[in-house]
Design a protein around this ligand. Structure first.
Ligand code: PLP
Length: 380
């Protein structure tokens, strides 16, 4: 009898003994949240990025919300961003009563088109949020110069791009604030979690307060023999990173570059294997991408059938993303038509993300390539 077919999972984390030991140490210690491990992670991640201040938060979603709050974003303001992203990016504007204004993407890379960004800016624009989709940096030099000319903030949604660099620019180098995600499928993970990198110490202090209800002192800094009162000085959120999350993240930092290099090798194998494959277009990338996702474009009318076919062949796949302006809430609230942002809509209808993580073997990559070819032949 043939051996049962092993599934190729869409994502597998590689947390192991180092993370287990780090969490065990934390559980044996006094502080479980906003304690010394959060500080240690913030310093270590800041060094990794080359950015002076990192603020650990509960997710990238909350990090984006905190950043827009710190920028004073409110009702009547507009935030320019891409519709080819996860909903968290534009939702951060909605949390503050501001309007997300979309600019279309480059059809080859899926990244914000800076000319479209320029055209979307109005006197009400408070910030641009660039998204480093799939791990490739957006055109940060062009976006920085647009934002400087219009005196608006440039925020980086770096949920996909912890290790990225392009055109001589590192992630978090040109943005006023850069937000990372440590969600379960990200290149560094604590299940959930996030971080904000900033250069300005006053903004870092403000973000630390905002993540902790807007109170003046956190529990660890009040710890001692004398009771120290705290005060609420502004309205904040419950959005801090915990020491358990920091303990899971700390040992991963030194593996980040090695793991990125392995993902790039996998991407190159996919690209060689799929070159010339009928009905498959590849996303263009350059520079040092984080390679968080490997995404192919197939014909829109058969995309969902291809997803089903891959699933039936034991291959995990995902859609990153259907364009945000085509989702029900955004369609109904803002009245967007599909063709308001045709490039993003087109990618959203055609995109399929294939398995990509350091533990994926070459043989598994080859199985995915073969399964995609078979599936496309079957659905044509
Ligand atoms: C581009 C992008 N932005 C933001 C987020 C939100 O991250 P989190 O789950 O940490 O809130 C994600 C997560 O999938 C993402 O892919």
């Amino acid at each position: 009898m043939a051996a049962p077919m092993q599934r190729v999972e869409f994502y597998k984390h590689d947390l192991g003994e180092a993370e287990i030991a780090s969490v065990a140490d934390t559980l044996r210690s006094l502080f479980l949240t906003l304690g010394p491990r959060v500080g240690a992670f913030e310093r270590a991640f800041g060094e990794f990025l080359g950015v002076p201040h990192v603020v650990g938060v509960s997710s990238c979603t909350m990090g984006l919300a905190l950043v827009l709050d710190a920028l004073g974003v409110g009702p009547g303001d507009e935030i320019v961003t891409t519709p080819m992203t996860f909903i968290s990016t534009p939702n951060a504007a909605l949390f503050h009563g501001a309007k997300p204004v979309f600019a279309d993407v480059d059809p080859k890379t899926g990244l914000l088109d800076s000319k479209a960004v320029l055209a979307a800016i109005t006197p009400r624009t408070k910030a641009v949020i660039a998204v480093h989709l799939y791990g490739q940096l957006a055109d940060m030099k062009a976006l920085r110069s647009i934002c400087d000319r219009h005196r608006i903030a440039l925020v980086e949604d770096a949920a996909h791009a912890t290790e990225a660099e392009n055109d001589g620019v590192r992630v978090a180098e040109l943005g006023d604030a850069t937000v990372f995600s440590f969600y379960a499928t990200k290149t560094m993970t604590s299940g959930d979690g996030g971080a904000i990198a900033v250069k300005d110490p006053a903004i870092a202090d403000r973000l630390r307060r905002l993540r902790n209800h807007g109170v003046s002192k956190d529990a660890a800094s009040r710890h001692g023999n004398r009771y120290a009162h705290w005060d609420m000085v502004e309205l904040g959120y419950k959005a801090a990173m915990t020491d358990i999350e920091a303990a899971i993240l700390l040992p991963q930092i030194e593996r980040l570059h090695r793991r990125r290099d392995r993902r790039q090798a996998i991407v190159l194998r996919y690209e060689r294997g799929l070159a010339g494959q009928r009905d498959v277009d590849l996303i263009a990338w350059s520079g040092r991408s984080s390679h968080h996702l490997f995404t192919v474009l197939v014909p829109g009318p058969v995309r969902d059938a291809v997803l089903d076919g891959l699933g039936a062949r034991g291959i995990g796949a995902a859609v990153n993303y259907r364009a945000v302006h085509t989702l029900k809430y955004y369609r109904e609230t803002f009245g967007y038509a599909r063709d308001a942002f045709p490039n993003a809509a087109d990618i959203g209808e055609r995109t399929i993300s294939l398995p990509l993580y350091p533990g994926l073997t070459d043989a598994e990559v080859d199985r995915v390539i073969a399964a995609l070819g078979e599936t496309l032949s079957a659905v044509r």
